[in-house]
Design a protein around this ligand. Structure first.
Ligand SMILES: O=C(CO)[C@H](O)[C@H](O)COP(=O)(O)O
Length: 151
């Protein structure tokens, strides 16, 4: 898969993330502090990575900041993006299964390399549920992308 990766800080765990994705055979598209000369403000680089998903130049994105909150907030402002802040493997698998999340948001502060490996295993193992109620919920979230235009 093509995976956009952003971080506002050039932290070892962000570098580990990119290496782990490449080891899994993914094409990594770096943003922010992970790309020389790029704007590394969390609001800017998280949006840029999320926009790659919306524009289909990437299949998924992983957005990182110290807490993970700013990155997830910014990514979720991009229509078509469902970013999930995941601090454990169960949440990551559930975000794919129940939320059809297409952007993984991570806290650089909380995510150790072993934990990140578990989170990535779960994220990539997760598949959107075929359950009707789950689909309705995701469809309802998709409608929110256009809510302002309808008001
Ligand atoms: O977690 C974050 C946003 O949610 C940022 O990574 C954090 O605010 C960065 O702080 P600074 O720019 O002072 O290094």
């Amino acid at each position: 898969m093509r995976i956009a990766v952003s971080s506002d800080m050039d932290e070892p765990v962000a570098r580990f993330l990119m290496a782990a994705l490449r080891d899994r055979g993914h094409e990594v598209r770096p943003h922010g502090a992970l790309r020389p000369g790029d704007d590394a403000q969390w609001a800017v680089c998280s949006e840029a990575a999320a926009r790659e998903v919306a524009d289909q130049t990437a299949d998924q994105a992983v957005v990182c900041c110290w807490t993970g909150t700013g990155a997830s907030i910014a990514a979720n402002k991009v229509p078509g993006v469902r970013a999930a802040l995941c601090t454990d493997a169960y949440t990551a698998e559930g975000a794919r299964r129940w939320n059809d999340a297409n952007v993984l948001a991570l806290s650089l502060r909380l995510t150790s390399e072993p934990l990140l490996t578990e989170i990535l295993d779960a994220w990539f193992a997760g598949r959107p549920s075929g359950d009707a109620e789950d689909r309705q919920n995701v469809d309802r979230v998709r409608l929110l992308d256009h809510a302002k235009a309808r008001r």
